[in-house]
Design a protein around this ligand. Structure first.
Ligand SMILES: *Cc1c(COP(=O)(O)O)cnc(C)c1O
Length: 393
């Protein structure tokens, strides 16, 4: 239980989060510990952020060294870490030009602006966006405007105009919305918040084709599914369907607040120009050191290879749950971004997993999301399944 001092501090915050009654203190590898020393196996990774888990000594040291040298300068000046992080992120994401933001929502915000700016230069008169039902793109105005859940948008209307929603994985529903005003189509190749829904190969290829045939930009939001989670460095690579604009955040900084939107050279040529966009903190030396070091560790330790090695075991274990337990309806997702749809009330189950010492997250459609740090091993999966079974009993 959270002590009264920590609980009292909550009264100073705007109440937008329903917190569990535990206060986390420190972490190591796959585990987090609360202020009372209780251990939690982490299958949430702080919302798919902590890909390398906790207390990675190499990352910690790189960040500490950078803090001691310099951690903010503004974007008026060059900083070596920024160029290096950009080069490396472009290399692994297959993009050509990148802009660093402080979050995923801000990355999508920038991507939408970049798409409109492209249309403006080309004088196409295109400004509409097609987004997907059940999508999640963040909480800023642009991002909620393309988020396919009424509850995220309605209290804030009117939101950004010119957005139409298609059914995810239904190409005809997308085609029905395309017109000569369509500027970009935005989608998550694997929807997270919306219930762990994987795009079909046909859908990804179909969207690419619609975009190519109509002069529309394809934006992939890989804020959650990117950075190794699906068994490819970025999910689009698994489909072989390259977007024009790619957004990233969450795991690219392993928890240091950093996001990015990136684009191909072809888009960059006509898109944002000097003065069009900016961020005071965006891509500061600390954030860029995080990105650069995270990529170094990912490649040296072949994290993507590890994901491909361990993910089939997670799949097998979750499939067994579906067979064994009546309250588990189906398994969804790919790699280390999977979920199970259950019939029991999620909130109750989640309360029990906390008691069991297991952190999971919920997703739409009564889905328990399993997005552990990517360093997870089979023994952790066994431990998770045991705890989850007891919570579902
Ligand atoms: C989390 C998330 C966002 C928003 O990221 P923030 O850093 O919270 O702004 C955007 N898109 C997707 C797919 C996400 O999962």
């Amino acid at each position: 239980m959270v002590n009264s001092k920590i609980q009292a501090a909550e009264e100073n915050l705007i109440h937008v989060y329903n917190r569990f009654p535990i206060a986390l203190d420190h972490g190591e590898g796959m585990y987090l510990y609360d202020t009372e020393g209780k251990e939690y196996l982490d299958f949430a990774a702080g919302f798919a952020v902590s890909g390398l888990g906790y207390d990675n000594k190499e990352l910690n040291q790189a960040l500490k060294d950078q803090i001691d040298k310099l951690y903010h300068t503004s974007n008026l000046y060059f900083h070596e870490s920024c160029g290096e992080a950009a080069k490396e992120l472009n290399r692994i994401s297959g993009m050509d030009r990148v802009f660093f933001t402080n979050s995923g929502g801000e990355a999508n915000e920038g991507a939408l602006k970049a798409a409109r700016r492209y249309a403006y230069t080309k004088k196409t008169g295109r400004y509409e966006f097609i987004a997907m039902q059940n999508s999640f793109h963040g909480r800023s105005f642009g991002a909620v405007s393309v988020t396919g859940h009424d509850s995220y948008r309605e209290p804030f209307e009117p939101v950004v105009p010119g957005v139409r929603f298609a059914e995810f994985n239904d190409l005809d529903s997308v085609k029905a919305l395309v017109n000569d005003k369509t500027c970009a189509i935005i989608l998550e190749p694997l929807q997270g918040e919306g219930g762990i829904n994987l795009a079909t190969q046909e859908f990804m290829e179909g969207i690419r084709k619609i975009c190519d045939e109509n002069g529309i930009l394809m934006i992939c939001d890989e804020v959650q599914c990117g950075m190794g989670r699906t068994g490819n460095m970025f999910a689009w690579q698994g489909f072989g369907v390259k977007p024009d604009i790619l957004t990233m955040a969450k795991a690219i900084g392993n928890g240091i607040p950093v996001g990015a939107f990136a684009m191909t050279e072809e888009v960059a040529k006509y898109s944002l120009q000097p003065g069009d966009h900016g961020a005071t903190y965006g891509g500061n030396p600390l954030a860029c050191t995080a990105v650069k070091t995270v990529i170094e560790i990912f490649e040296r330790e072949d994290i993507v290879g590890h994901v491909n090695q361990v993910a089939p075991y997670l799949t097998k274990k979750l499939d067994e749950l579906v067979d064994e337990l009546d309250c588990v309806v189906r398994r969804k997702g790919k790699g280390l971004m999977q979920g199970i749809e259950i019939t029991k009330p999620l909130a109750e189950v989640n309360k029990k997993t906390i008691e069991e010492g297991l952190l999971i997250i919920q997703a739409q459609g009564n889905v328990i999301r399993s997005v552990p740090p990517l360093i997870v091993e089979e023994k952790h999966i066994d431990e998770m399944i045991e705890k989850l079974k007891r919570a579902l009993a």
